[in-house]
Design a protein around this ligand. Sequence first.
Ligand code: COI
Length: 362
Amino acid sequence: MEQIIIKTKERSEKIEFPDELGFGNIFTDHIFEMNYTKDKGWHEPTIKPLEDISMHPGTMFIHYGQAIFEGLKAYKTKDAEIVLFRPDEHFKRLNRSARRICIPEVDVDFMINALKELVNIERDWIPTGEGESLYVRPFVYGSDPFLGVNPASSYKLIILLSPVGAYYPEGFKPIKILVQDDYVRAVRKGLGECKTPANYAASLLAGEKAMEQGYTQVLWLDGVELKNIEEVGTMNIFINMKNEIVTPKLNGSILPGVTRKTVIQLLKEWDMNIVERDISIDEVVEKYDSGDLLGVFGSGTAAVISSVGWLTFKNKKMVINDGKAGELALKLFKEITSIQYGLKEDTHGWIYKVEKNEVEVS
Ligand code: COI
């Protein structure tokens, strides 16, 4: 792969973060960009100042949605080192999504290095408040103008960076979830396991309606029988019960979360009975009624580990652990964030250091 072209600009103003960073409101000064054509493959990898994208109104992804994305994070550790959490898993998942909707794959090692270069240049943009990090959003879209329905022949990949705090307005406090049975997010063999904008578009109306009723998010049921629980859309879900912790198994319509994988590995190492299987909403209600439901929590890059304090299905309003964060969710949150912020040694190979480099401008 070619050498990355670097075109940086002087930062005119000092970076100042607001008190509440929230999620996705602020962007850094530079992006990474590269283009794909059939004859050249992926080419011209470039780090350059952030600017608007200008595109032809016939650009294919606008019409037919051929686009994919990822979400990962960079952290400043307690020793002021910069690290990425599991970037290999994220770029491998980008490739899995790419294969599903006919987008050309990228070289994972090249992308990790490109991201390290970009984050190195933007290191001053990494916030250091509690729970804060630099959210990394790689995305790829079909970029040539054509109105026929087929895969594009050229693509653009961009990495955009955004300093973030907590994803949910509640911060890291327990959230309220409405189990959704009026709409579905995805069906097996469809796009559910692919990180593509269509899945998020499918979730908007239900999300708005849930919010009007005071809920933070919805929990999706399977798209055929509306029976088994699937995921929250911004997180995977875990149900902590008396004898087992269950997370829905990856059946094709659930996003294979990197934090989900991390949680499963940690729970196994802690000798806890974590089971990936189908679990119906009726079973969750039964366990709640019998007092065997100890906790519910979600896992995701943006949300980290988020306790569910209230779960409503039809007229059944379940208050979980008195609306307080569960012990297991707190333990997982602490373990994962301690590794991410360098408070605990990474014994798993999850952390990728970003070395400090003076950048040569070309
Ligand atoms: C993430 O957790 O990174 C996500 O992609 C969820 C959401 C912000 C789209």
